[in-house]
Structure formats: structure tokens, C-alpha cells
Write a protein that binds this ligand. Structure first.
Ligand SMILES: O=C1O[C@H](COP(=O)(O)O)[C@@H](O)[C@H](O)[C@H]1O
Length: 249
């Protein structure tokens, strides 16, 4: 587990552009070192903003999209193609525009897929798919919610305390839709790098808690850490409640 390094950007647009550039370089490095790269995508405003910035970056041509595995940190358990699914939104923001290898795009099951409405069976199936991955994730992207949630691990819900499974079904999420699938903290924390994204004034409290909180059950973002690097990426609006020493550093 690595301590988070804080990076403050002037605004949300610049944060998305700078993070897209950082992601391109990180993918290139992983592909050069290990032959392939793996990235776990996040949904939400910050996650989709990053993907849109990546789509708009001329340097996206430097990525070998065919040697990139894409996974999801969480999914809203809805029918395939639903506009609220993280997969649908990632398609619109980036994936429809780049030559990804379909077999390397590991979509979480939909509620009208092979497991129907059985979210637990869907979570087990994704865990089995994940078990086939031999290398740790290169980067896990996590949008931080205003309540400190990451992926679909919400404060106080059972999923956040899961110690052994890599994927869980989440029920009664406080943010719609109530049923979701999520990677767990053990799965997230096996990644080489974890990047926490928190831009916007509504993320100020959560950004501070991601850095300073000690109980991941109350602040799931505080429990998400990479083995080689953890970044907390914020804009100035989200930085206003950070401890002064951290914000200056
Ligand atoms: O519902 C979700 O919310 C979080 C954060 O989203 P944001 O819009 O507040 O930035 C996101 O990370 C997660 O993937 C998504 O399913």
C-alpha cells in the first residue's frame, strides 16, 4: 500500500487533459515493459471526463489499443445499452472511437445478460473472468463520490468490508440505481497504481477524507491504495478542504 500523492490542477478540464496525458504515458510504459497494459475504468463525471479528454488527445495514437485490457471498477446493474451503464457511457466517451480489441474489453454483466437479475451470480462470473488475468492491473481509475465512495463501495454498506471476494453485488446503494456490481478493496489494492479522481466543489470534503480518513468503511476512498503508486488528482475547487500542509506540498 502506498501513501497517496496529491496533484492539484487549476480546473476540471485541465485535470482531465493532464490525467489523459499521464494515462497514455503509463499505458505506453506498461506495453513496452510487459507487452500489454491493463486499465480499470471508472464511471461518473470525472471518469467520463477523463475518457473524453483521452479521445480528444492527438497522443492517443501512441497507445497500442489492441494490447490493452480494459476492466471496470463498477457497473450499474441495468440492461445492456442502458444510458446509465458505465459501459455505455465509456463507449460514447472513448471506446467507440478507438480500435480496442473486443476480447480484451471486460464488460461487467448486464441485468438482462446470462445471469438475468441475479447480481450475485453476475459478480461471481466477473470474479472468475478476473481470476484469469495473470498480471496485476497497471492502473485502477476511481472517481470519488461526494460521500467518499469509490467504484460502488459506499460508506457503511457490506461491500466495502469484503475481505476475500474480488467482486461483489451491491444492493440498496444510496445513489441510483440501487443494484450494482463492484470490485472490492482487496481487488483494487492489488493494482500497481490507483488514481483517485476528485474534481468539483462537491468533492472537497471527500477529497480531504480520501487523504486523511482512517476508516475505509466510512470513507471507502481512504482504503484504495496501489502497490507502487497512489495518486489523488483534484482540481482547485476540490482542494479547498485539504489539510494546509498537503495542499501546499
Ligand atoms: O455512480 C458512480 O459514482 C462514482 C462517482 O461519480 P461522480 O459522478 O460523482 O464523479 C463513480 O466513480 C462510479 O464509477 C459510478 O458508478
Amino acid at each position: 500500500m502506498t501513501a497517496p500523492r496529491l496533484l492539484v490542477h487549476r480546473d476540471q478540464r485541465l485535470m482531465a487533459e493532464a490525467t489523459a496525458a499521464r494515462l497514455i504515458t503509463t499505458i505506453q510504459d506498461a506495453q513496452a515493459t510487459r507487452g500489454a497494459a491493463s486499465v480499470v475504468l471508472t464511471g461518473g463525471r470525472n471518469g467520463n471526463g477523463l475518457l473524453a479528454a483521452l479521445a480528444a488527445a492527438p497522443a492517443r495514437e501512441a497507445v497500442d489499443w489492441a494490447r490493452l485490457d480494459l476492466w471496470w471498477g463498477d457497473e450499474r446493474f441495468l440492461p445492456a445499452g442502458d444510458p446509465d451503464r458505465n459501459h455505455t457511457q465509456a463507449g460514447q466517451a472513448l471506446l467507440d472511437a478507438v480500435p480496442v480489441e473486443p476480447g480484451r474489453v471486460h464488460v461487467m454483466p448486464a441485468s438482462d445478460g446470462p445471469y438475468g437479475a441475479d447480481a450475485e451470480a453476475a459478480a461471481e462470473a466477473y470474479a472468475a473472468e478476473l481470476a484469469g488475468a495473470t498480471d496485476p492491473f497497471d492502473v485502477v481509475l476511481l472517481g470519488v463520490g461526494p460521500d467518499g465512495h469509490v467504484a460502488s463501495l459506499f460508506p457503511g454498506l457490506p461491500g466495502v468490508g469484503e475481505a476475500s471476494a474480488t467482486v461483489v453485488a451491491v444492493r440498496e446503494a444510496p445513489k441510483p440505481p440501487p443494484t450494482r456490481l463492484s470490485l472490492t478493496l482487496p481487488a483494487i489494492n492489488a493494482a500497481r497504481q490507483v488514481w483517485l479522481l476528485a474534481a468539483g466543489a462537491d468533492k472537497a470534503k471527500a477529497a480531504a477524507a480520501a487523504l486523511t480518513a482512517t476508516d475505509p468503511v466510512q470513507t471507502p476512498a481512504a482504503g484504495a491504495r496501489g502497490t507502487d503508486r497512489t495518486l489523488l488528482l483534484v482540481d482547485q475547487a476540490a482542494a479547498v478542504e485539504l489539510p494546509p500542509a498537503a495542499a501546499a506540498g
